[in-house]
Write a protein that binds this ligand. Sequence first.
Ligand code: FBP
Length: 551
Amino acid sequence: MIPMTKSPLQIARAKYQPLLPASLAGNVVLKEGIVTQSVDNHIEINKLFPNTYGMPLLTFETGKQKSYLLKNVGVILSGGQAPGGHNVIAGLFDALKKINSENKLYGFLGGPSGLVEHKYIELTKEVVADYRNTGGFDIIGSGRTKLEEDWQFDKGTEICKQLNINAIVIIGGDDSNTNACILAEYYLKKNYDIQVIGCPKTIDGDLKNEMIETSFGFDTACKVYAELIGNIQRDASSAKKYWHFIRLMGRSASHITLECALQSQPNICIISEEVQAKNLTLNDIVEYIVKIIVNRANFGLNFGTVLIPEGLIEFIPAMKKLISELNDLLANNEDFNYLHTDDEKRQYVKGMLSADSCQVYRTLPKGIAHQLTLDRDPHGNVQVSLIETEKLLIEMVAKRLAQLKAEGQYKGNFASINHFFGYEGRCAIPSNFDANYCYSLGYTAALLIMENKTGYMSFVGNLTAPAKEWIAGGIPFTMMMNLERRHADMKPVIKKALVLLDGKPFKYFEKYRDSWADENSNYIYPGPIQYFGPSEVCDKPTQTLLLEKGI
Ligand code: FBP
């Protein structure tokens, strides 16, 4: 047998031609829509972005043939991996080359730092060919360097001038597109003639708004996690002896957890935004979980599934206050970094916190307290993926069940297994939805560049319809901005979209969750993503998107 270099699916998938909206298939004309304003803090955002504030919405429609100037473009993958990034690059490349084969695409290596450090490759037909319809960001790599200082922008300008780059495409989440907005404004202010276009990436699903229906990667990642949850549910109801506590990636927002719950119907699912709105404590959450475990045990069912969003800890009001104090403390205190042992750090932190927060900090298991003081990411966020909330909950639930057992109120057996799903889904082979969506986003980005636009995010909408009926255009970055507290200061940022408690996806979950929790359960087993086969199996968008659209 000849050793394999690619799996049969990789080979078959490489031949897949992603679908484009019909309006982009031939020549296009750009239509300007209504002028825009920021989601909040209009006066402040307008003042900070005088050159890019208030630009109109843009859409592409079928048009007449038109000639465009020759352009070289640089592309950056920024932040965490999300399935489909390679297809954004493929769409961008194909559109540039279709318009003029002399147009060039450069990829900056290792994320935004590639621009500053002048590390790049030219993306040729041969390079791109190997990555079409594949997961991962390995074509050029990614990184989390924050582009925010003038010297970084100027280093970027140098390399753009050297390579005759007219435009930069930044493929990233809310923080990276915030940086893209600042960069676009800077280049206009300086008359540098370098355009900046963004693409909405993140598995977290929190880069969405009135116009951006979803970020790319959310569809594939959720489908991968939901498959795994379904498999665990089959195992749980076969073995009948374990409670599985499953933490799901997603940083702050609970979109991934909610979507996975809608796809798999677990016994218990915690939504951070609800915890915050109801002002719940950690003990309230534990009591809620315990009640369901005790009830199922009364029916002889000592097994089940619990979904926990990775950002939960930051949404419990007392914990939020503690984390916010820790953020300020870590941002402004060099001394902390010179302490060596965990105990020294613990003592130091206790001495700096307010009385309330210190009390909360003391009651946390040492491991979790330590995890809360680990380095922030370059955007000042707690690295929630490193905080093992599922283990914290297991520990607290087990303790409470032991108490109830001693009091004769719980007759079951509690054996638990913890899981964390995040990295398993971020580089999966993109679903048909993400493969098509990403290709269209990249293609649209190229057209925005050809139309000399800057300060825009590439936009593809009407996503629950077949791809041919999708619409494409551009949304001004400034339309998505507001002021938020970062690193102890108020900063202009793209507003993160959290789960809306009056939104249709949450309402649906709220209506059915009790019936999923009781002795009858109602597990669903989504199975693996299918790439070839009937459309209702292969092309279905997320439940979140379907419910939001009232479908
Ligand atoms: P982005 O916001 O950059 O898309 O990253 C998403 C994410 O996967 C989060 O869900 C997670 O908390 C974080 O990245 C993990 O970061 P890292 O890749 O640095 O471990």
